[in-house]
Design a protein around this ligand. Structure first.
Ligand code: MUC
Ligand code: MG
Length: 378
């Protein structure tokens, strides 16, 4: 029997290509927790756990992800049957409440290891891909309308993206609407324009904001109000023609079921980290599909490892009506994969090869390790 021998975690700090302005924080850097599982037969598995903006976006941070894995998940799983991924998921959920991103990071590495040992892709373990390419949105979030328009023009001209998600909610509703209108006027005839409010609006702001967005021709609004009241989300979904997407509201299958049962959203942003792993994300997908809710492959602005894992899963999803936003590696100044994920024809492409289909550039990993930076600076 092949065993889980050792689970190793490393935090990498990688600068972003520009400030990424969200309603709650501005990111200049992305911190990712890289997971490597060493198995007793010499095989390895790669995983990644990434959150956004410290603890400003959600309850997990890079540091908490690392502690949860090192202190609680690793001792629980080390010595177990490497191929028993379902057993590992069940045991981890029993021993570690919450912490979905930490649990996901380890689960990715378990699937990666299993698939590599079998010589197949992770998509194959989930029944096989139904597509090898999927539409990929780009987030316009420089904080300036003119810069965002230039960026959108570049993306359209290079064939990389023609779906744009605008980050709003930091300024007044009136200023945000002017910003969205300027971008829609400039590129809206050649692209799909969507917004992400990241919970910033009150219910009354949201009523006014969604009406304004609808008049501008925006297709979808993501997480317009704070999580918690599914009834409030439902009231917005019912009164507006713009699709309303649940994002932060969805932390796994139970949340998905609650939202679906009330038909409180038109679309689910399915995130592997927020869902608590690939298996639970697949369950969120199933609940959405059963309820007739549209599906979108979301991101926590992860680097290449977690992004590759998400691509593997979403390649197996029948109805991915709203495409994906799996562009995380492109927001980073540097690539940590030996072979970057392929973005062309306005799509992200399923990496070929066993496991999640990617390997690391070890020199880059070494360069961006937080503990190495500390050593250099002291
Ligand atoms: C979010 O809220 O969707 C995804 C893309 C992006 O720019 O931010 C993230 C988080
Ligand atoms: Mg979002």
């Amino acid at each position: 029997m092949t065993k889980i021998e050792r689970i190793e975690t490393t935090i990498l700090d990688i600068p972003t290509i520009r400030g990424h302005v969200l309603s709650m924080t501005t990111m200049m850097m992305q911190s990712i927790v890289l997971v490597r599982i060493h198995f007793s037969d010499g095989s390895t598995g790669l995983g990644e756990g990434t959150s956004i903006g410290g603890m400003s976006y959600g309850p997990e941070s890079p540091e908490s992800i690392k502690v949860a894995i090192d202190t609680y998940i690793a001792p629980t799983l080390e010595g177990r049957d490497a191929d028993d991924v379902n057993g590992a998921i069940a045991l981890t959920e029993k021993m570690v409440r919450g912490n979905p991103i930490a649990r996901c990071a380890v689960e990715i590495a378990l699937w990666d290891g299993l698939a590599r040992r079998l010589g197949v892709s992770v998509a194959r373990l989930f029944g096989g891909p139904v597509r090898t390419a999927m539409p990929v949105a780009w987030t316009l979030a420089s904080g300036k309308s003119e810069t965002d328009i230039d960026e959108a023009e570049e993306m359209i001209a290079s064939g990389r993206h023609n779906i744009f998600k605008l980050k709003i909610g930091k300024r007044s509703v009136r200023d945000d609407l002017a910003h969205v209108e300027a971008i829609t006027r400039a590129v809206g005839d050649r692209s799909s324009i969507r917004v992400d409010v990241n919970q910033a609006w009150s219910l009354t702001d949201a009523r006014r904001g969604l009406a304004g967005l609808q008049a501008i021709g925006v297709e979808l609004a993501e997480q317009p109000i704070r999580i918690g009241s599914i009834a409030a989300l439902k009231s917005l979904t019912e009164r507006t023609e713009i699709a309303v997407m649940a994002d932060e509201q969805l932390n796994g299958p139970q949340d998905a079921l609650a939202v679906a049962a009330m038909q409180a959203a038109d679309v689910f942003a399915v995130k592997i980290g927020q869902s608590g792993g690939l298996k639970r994300a697949a369950e969120v997908v199933a609940i959405g599909e059963a309820a007739g809710i549209g599906l979108y492959g979301g991101t926590m602005l992860e680097a290449g490892v977690s992004t590759a894992a998400a691509i593997q899963l979403f390649s197996t999803v029948d109805h991915l009506d709203w495409g994906t936003e799996l562009f995380g590696p492109l927001l980073l100044k540097d690539e940590i994969l030996a072979e970057p994920i392929d973005y062309h024809d306005f799509s992200v492409h399923l990496p070929e090869g066993p496991g999640i289909g990617v390997t690391l550039d070890e020199a880059k990993v070494d360069f961006y390790r937080r503990d190495r930076a500390r050593t250099l600076h002291t």
